[in-house]
Write a protein that binds this ligand. Structure first.
Ligand code: ZN
Length: 124
């Protein structure tokens, strides 16, 4: 005798799978056999993965603040002259420009993340 571990329906030894839920049948005399998972997943496992909009918004705000701080730093705190010299160094001036632009891009990326994610959350 074989038995379905899921619904408990009993079958003869020739049958391998339960005809109702496709569970692998176990020997009725041996309860220690672990039932194998069915070939087809239950309908409840097919639901979409949970969306986490809050983490994206947090990351967006982080990028916004990083962009603001970077912009302020490269505008006011970044010296374009070498230490001990008043002459403007072209390399450092270029670094300042790139840092400034990167901060702007970071700020805009964060702003977009917050705006897009916020709009998606609101429409639900
Ligand atoms: Zn069954």
């Amino acid at each position: 005798m074989k038995k379905c571990p899921y619904c408990g329906k009993k079958y003869s030894d020739e049958v391998a799978l339960c005809e109702l839920d496709h569970y692998r049948l176990v020997d009725d005399d041996d309860p220690a056999v672990v039932p194998a998972p069915p070939e087809t997943e239950p309908e409840t496992n097919r639901s979409q993965p949970a969306v986490k909009p809050s983490s994206d918004v947090v990351l967006g705000w982080f990028l916004i603040w990083a962009g603001i701080i970077g912009t302020l730093y490269f505008t006011f705190g970044f010296s374009t002259s070498l230490p001990g010299s008043d002459v403007v160094n072209l390399d450092r001036q270029q670094n300042r420009l790139f840092g400034f632009l990167e901060s702007q891009v970071t700020f805009l990326a964060g702003l977009l993340m917050v705006l897009i994610r916020g709009r998606t959350t609101r429409s639900k």
